[in-house]
Design a binder for this molecule. Structure first.
Ligand code: HEC
Ligand code: HEC
Length: 473
């Protein structure tokens, strides 16, 4: 050894010191890590059974706090036919698609929210499991309806169950308020929950343990679940790396106060993921001009496939994250998760039960999504800022201020999207609060409709042809 004998003891001491430092470091939170733009590598997923997954999705409770069943029954009419789903068992069969029956460990019967509140949209009045619900209204203060349930509880046990849920909802409600009907605050809501839970024990703390996120959520459009058949990472900025089943049940921390609760949910999560990957997007319900679509396919394959892949039996999908400078769409969502502002939440995730199989590792960009069933997923882009495919393909036609129809049969087959009206003014020009919240104002931070100008270079006829082709995916 070149240090020679006299220093051997010092060497051992140095090694010991290094070892101690390494141990110490493993106890401090791991630094967060971002992913580079470019292709997302495939990672192994735990296998699951799609049929069991659907059954779990519509019958099992992943949220373990909510409204006492007796109180719920006092106000709620039986669900309309359009609100019921096949395959629901027991009390679930009498509940609407977005509610699940749950018996808490202490025996209290509850009605809890489920994933379908945000992930079952409607087309022509039909509920479509897996289609993002782009009609939800998060503009109000969600703690009001929670408080009103308090008046309906009947005994001490129910009151305690209600209080547990109401305390959490009251704490997170401020982080869920969006500017516009239709956009979703789920990411900010999750950050707020993380701020109040211990990463190891999951214990709820009334006082935040981490600095909470900014109050205003970045607006997000809910992506369809069927994309999981192709995507190697979850979410727009691909922060959901590693095991997807574990990551996608993160919402359970709304109510889960301990690891045992999470582990019980995690046991069936791979089945639910397998079900998502098996969902076929709804077929386009109107006539398609086959010759025009064929011409469109050729244009698509030269202009769009490099990012969005090819379709049909021998499909390809490159899983490409496009950097912010190249894609040019609203940067807020991807920027806040890769400029240090949300590192504490990523660290929490990586340190927790979720980090054992999955990693939060966002990229400074957005993934080019698979376009299967894209006709049904309006409005477009990660923030839902562009109302139709026609306006997505021609940026000069995108409305700066607009309001859209929330009637799911009011669809424009020429433009591919829900019918909308362009407005001469944004939110500032509207005094009626009811109308204000329906205005999509692309001048607000996070709501911009800029970027993705890949259709601008096409001729009018080429754009028409590409649009026709997209109907067939
Ligand atoms: C409050 C609304 C809401 C609820 C409830 C909700 N989600 Fe989501 N979900 C979203 C939003 C918004 C996104 C998009 C977030 C992003 O990509 O940044 C999303 C994304 C996803 C994705 C990723 C899709 C993709 O293409 O990357 C999966 C999978 C998913 N959710 C599963 C679930 C499951 C399972 C549940 C129930 C345990 C659930 N979600 C509950 C709003 C919700
Ligand atoms: C350089 C890569 C790239 C090219 C080329 C490209 N796209 Fe995209 N596309 C993206 C990315 C990234 C997004 C997501 C952007 C976002 O949400 O902010 C996207 C989003 C979309 C969406 C919206 C999907 C949704 O549900 O919101 C459609 C539709 C679309 N692209 C169609 C096309 C068509 C048609 C072409 C060819 C004319 C094309 N794209 C060319 C990268 C690309």
């Amino acid at each position: 050894m070149f240090l020679g004998k006299p220093t051997a003891r010092a060497e051992v001491l140095i090694m010991l010191a290094l070892l101690l430092m390494a141990c110490e470091r493993s106890e401090t939170p791991a630094p967060s890590s971002y992913s580079p733009p470019g292709p997302v590598p495939k990672e192994a997923q735990r296998p699951g059974d799609p049929q069991k997954g659907y059954d779990a999705l519509v019958n099992k409770a992943y949220l373990t706090c909510g409204v006492p069943y007796a109180a719920y029954k006092k106000n709620a009419p039986p669900p309309a036919v359009s609100e019921r789903l096949p395959g629901r068992r027991g009390r679930n069969a009498e509940l609407p698609y977005n509610r699940t029956f749950y018996v808490a460990p202490d025996g209290v019967e509850l009605v809890v929210d489920n994933c379908l509140s945000c992930h079952a949209g409607t087309i022509n009045g039909q509920r479509v499991v897996g289609l993002g619900n782009e009609s939800l209204d998060f503009t109000g203060d969600l703690s009001f309806p929670v408080e009103s349930v308090g008046a309906l509880v009947e005994n001490e046990q129910e009151a305690a169950a209600w209080k547990r849920w109401a305390d959490i909802m009251r704490t997170i409600a401020p982080y869920m308020q969006t500017d516009t009907v239709g956009v979703n605050p789920a990411i900010n809501l999750t950050f707020a929950l993380i701020a109040h839970r211990d990463p190891e024990t999951l214990a709820w703390s009334e006082q935040p343990l981490l600095e909470p996120p900014p109050v205003k959520p970045a607006p997000v459009s809910v992506p369809p679940w069927w994309r999981l058949a192709k995507k190697n990472a979850l979410y727009y900025s691909t922060e959901g790396r590693g095991d997807q089943a574990r990551t996608m049940m993160l919402g359970a921390i709304l109510c889960a106060d301990d690891l045992a609760t999470l582990k019980a949910i995690d046991a069936y999560a791979p089945d639910i993921r397998a079900y998502f990957a098996s969902i076929k997007p709804p077929a386009y319900p109107f006539p398609v001009d086959k010759a025009l679509a064929e011409r469109g396919q050729a244009v698509f394959e030269t202009t769009c496939s490099v990012c969005h892949g090819t379709y049909g039996d021998a499909w390809t999908y490159p899983n490409q994250v496009v950097g912010l400078a190249e894609i040019g769409t609203d940067p807020v969502l991807a920027t806040v998760s890769t400029n240090g502002q949300t590192d504490r939440f990523q660290r929490w995730f990586n340190q927790s039960f979720f980090g054992e199989l999955a990693r939060a590792a966002p990229a400074p960009g957005y993934i080019a999504p698979p376009l299967d069933g894209v006709w049904a997923t309006a409005p477009f882009l990660h923030n839902g800022s562009v109302p139709t495919v026609a306006t997505l393909l021609d940026s000069s036609q995108r409305p700066r201020y607009w309001t859209r129809s929330f009637d799911s049969s009011d669809y424009d087959p020429a433009a591919l999207g829900w019918n909308y009206t362009a407005l001469p003014h944004g939110k500032d020009g509207e005094t009626d609060a009811g109308k204000r919240k329906l205005i999509y104002d692309t001048s607000l931070p996070g709501y911009s409709n800029q970027g993705h100008i890949f259709g601008d270079g096409l001729t009018h006829d080429e754009r028409k042809a590409v649009l026709e082709y997209l109907k067939t995916l």
